[in-house]
Design a protein around this ligand. Structure first.
Ligand SMILES: [Zn+2]
Length: 84
């Protein structure tokens, strides 16, 4: 059986709602209307307030936008890793 591995907590960036730690959910390629480019988004999950935020992978300083799809429970547990 594989051990769950806690996801990376993003350094230097916190949840806009509650200032909790944000964990990297993954990467997905999406189309950006604004400049008509295909760009990776990196959804970030805040365990404290259970909100997912979207970040553009190529825009480090852009504000986070709320992600419209809730995270499945099984993903949350994997992101948190083994609990004491
Ligand atoms: Zn939060």
């Amino acid at each position: 059986m594989l051990d769950a591995v806690a996801a990376t907590v993003m350094p230097g960036i916190t949840c806009p709602t509650c200032t909790g730690d944000l964990r990297l959910v993954g990467f997905f390629l999406s189309y950006r209307d604004e400049d008509q480019k295909r760009v990776c988004r990196t959804p970030l999950w805040c365990a404290a307030c259970d909100q997912v935020w979207d970040k553009w992978a190529d825009r480090d300083n852009a504000p986070l936008a709320p992600h419209d799809v809730p995270l499945p429970e099984s993903w949350k547990q994997r992101l948190l890793g083994p609990q004491p």
